[in-house]
Ligand binder design. Structure first.
Ligand code: FPP
Length: 255
């Protein structure tokens, strides 16, 4: 079966997804507790949102807490939860004022009631905003995301509403997280490791990957620009040939 390639993106990514790694090492380098690194990381989050808004990037997804991060020492998990709670209390008004739609992806039922209530309130308050969608992946795992989609489809089959033969990539893709957004065009990971670490496994199939040694708290507009420049220089073929992509570029106006 021939796949229709997705519309060619323009020079700016429509969706950037980031693994914000290196907070702990940033603090250790300064002989400070790891939480100091996470707090500095929260400031880098604000800078990155600001810059994406200035540039007109319409979707930003941040990996704040993985399904595996629950295994960290209890005091770090607890302090991170407090940091998330305070960040939400502090930032949501401003994000709303600036036209940002905030929402969370992941197993949110694992969070405590106070944080859960804040998350829901932030989503409800900002749901009508259209300038940028900020998705925070929290208690998120890519495999868990795909397993959840498979479970949803299985229950549709069990209820007789779906035939197994009807299940294809397009249908499964409607049940994974972020299904309402274009797939990330650009993935950034800070902190020097060159892996995906169970982030958006399904959604990153054709995403351009960019890695940097820079630790997340040091990530700034100049670093983002380096990633964007690298992205602009890439040829995205989606499994086609260069000639086909060139022909598509002249046929299809960039959305
Ligand atoms: C990874 O660094 C970072 C995290 C597990 C937490 C990310 C949290 C923030 C950036 C803070 C605020 C976020 C929001 C959305 C308000 P690490 O601890 O694994 O660093 P290391 O690899 O150097 O130990």
């Amino acid at each position: 079966m021939s796949q229709v390639p997705p519309p060619l993106p323009g020079p700016l990514p429509r969706h950037v997804a980031i693994i914000m790694d290196g907070n702990g090492r940033w603090a250790q380098l300064r002989r400070r507790p790891r939480m100091i690194g996470h707090r500095a990381g929260a400031r880098a989050v604000n800078r990155t949102i600001d810059r994406c808004l200035e540039l007109g990037i319409p979707a930003l997804t941040l990996f704040a807490f993985s399904s595996e991060n629950w295994g960290r020492p209890a005091e770090e998990v607890e302090a991170l939860m407090k940091l998330f709670l305070h960040a939400l209390e502090r930032e949501v008004d401003e994000l709303h004022r600036r036209g940002v739609r905030v929402r969370f992806v992941g197993q949110r039922e694992r969070f405590g009631p106070a944080l859960l209530a804040r998350m829901q309130a932030a989503e409800q308050r900002t749901q009508g905003n259209a300038l940028m969608t900020l998705s925070i992946a929290a208690s998120y795992g890519g495999r868990q995301d795909i397993a959840h989609a498979a479970r949803m489809l299985a229950s549709e089959v069990a209820a007789g509403r779906l035939q197994p033969e009807q299940i294809d990539e397009t249908l499964l893709g409607r049940y994974v997280a972020l299904a309402d957004l274009p797939a990330p065009d650009l993935f950034i990971r800070t902190g020097g490791d060159t892996r995906i670490s169970n982030f958006l496994l399904w959604q990153l199939a054709y995403t351009e990957l960019w890695f940097t040694e820079v630790l997340w708290p040091d990530f700034d507009a100049a670093q983002l620009q380096r990633a964007l420049d690298a992205y602009t220089g890439r040829e995205r073929r989606f499994g086609l040939t260069s000639a086909q992509i060139a022909a598509l570029a002249t046929e299809t106006p960039t959305p």
